[in-house]
Design a protein around this ligand. Structure first.
Ligand code: ZN
Length: 343
């Protein structure tokens, strides 16, 4: 089968499009014929170094994906060949303390497609049946693929972790990136007031068109001061950020007393000052989050269908053009997801 894979670490020169063995469907697995995947920051991380993530080279890239069911076990009762589906990219052991209590995202033997094992920039992938869910009617494969990482991550951050309420205000850093944009869509649909930041006036404009209540241009404005001004000096209830070091001091200063900061990603660095005095005097809560459980993916799908929330796909590339797609992601110019279509 055709796939995009890395055979080393570096730049686009270690990324190849070529033949890889067709994955065997093992016991309990479903094999999918993939039709789309979308790019995530972690694809660049795996290409560049993959440091700290156990994996073997060559490895097929790609974390999320959607397509049709290709092959199932004889006794499979819920999925049938030809069915349009999307996948949850985290393969959990099902046996550890965390899996047993339903927190499969904390699994001690968690394997994520495209990180620990072969991924989705390929014609076929084989995953456990529990990781496969039906694609909503009318959705494109790219929209379905995007749901499995960015929207799932934002969903867990805002609902399970930060417990965002309809009457609250949330500040979202770096609008345009996949998780931030998903966070905006979900927060709006939940009924919350949304403040968003970007260094690009054009992205703020597009965020307003998607329903953002207030845009903060972080290239010209002090984000914390602007967030306080926009809330009558009170501060926001929740901050969602995946920028890390560059956003951290502004994020903490933007919060109301007792406010919650939920973080993932740390793209600008992961060692900001802790500002402990502010943390304890104002009794702030800092919450880490990554990905989401299979149960949360089912909740998210129901929520998206009820509120007509769909991932924003900015641009699609053919699998053969994976280098151009990766370069586009690296430029950070995009607003929404960059998709790969797989013929
Ligand atoms: Zn486990």
């Amino acid at each position: 089968m055709k796939a995009a894979y890395i055979d080393g670490h570096g730049g686009n020169e270690v990324v190849h499009v070529g033949e890889r063995p067709l994955p065997e469907r093992t016991h309990g697995d479903v094999r999918l014929r993939l039709h789309a995947a979308t790019l995530n920051r972690v694809d660049l991380y795996m290409r560049d170094s993959g440091a700290g993530i156990t994996h073997r080279l060559p490895q097929i890239m790609g974390v999320d994906g959607a397509g049709v069911v290709d092959a199932v076990a004889d006794d499979e009762t819920q999925l049938a060949p030809g069915q349009r589906v999307l996948l949850h990219p985290g393969v959990a052991c099902g046996r550890c303390e965390f899996c047993l209590r339903g927190d499969d995202v904390l699994c001690t033997r968690y394997q994520i497609l495209g990180e620990h094992i072969d991924g989705t920039f390929a014609q076929y992938v084989s995953v456990p049946a529990r990781n496969v869910v039906p694609l909503p009617g009318g959705w494109s494969f790219a929209e379905g693929a995007a749901l499995g990482v960015n929207h799932l991550t934002a969903w867990r951050m805002l609902t399970t972790q930060a417990q965002l309420k309809a009457w609250e205000t949330v500040l979202i850093f770096g609008i345009g990136g996949g998780v931030s944009l998903a966070g905006l869509q979900i927060a709006k649909a939940l009924g919350a007031r949304t403040l968003v930041t970007s260094r690009h006036a054009g992205k703020l404009e597009r965020a307003r068109a998607l329903g953002a209540d207030h845009g903060i241009d972080s290239s010209r404005e002090d984000v914390a001061k602007a967030a306080l001004a926009a809330t009558g000096g009170r501060g926001v209830d929740v901050v969602l950020e995946n920028v890390g070091e560059a956003a951290w001091p502004h994020a903490l200063k933007s919060l109301v007393r007792g406010g919650r900061l939920v973080t993932c990603g740390a793209t600008s660095g992961d060692q900001p000052g802790a500002d402990l005095r502010r943390l304890f005097i104002r009794q702030l809560k800092v919450l880490g989050s990554t990905m989401g459980t299979v149960a949360e993916l089912h909740q998210l799908l129901a929520f998206c269908q009820r509120h007509d929330v769909r991932p924003v796909i900015e641009q699609s590339f053919a699998l053969d053009d994976v280098h151009a797609a990766l370069s586009r992601l690296e430029s950070s110019e995009q607003f929404g997801k960059i998709a790969l279509t797989i013929d």
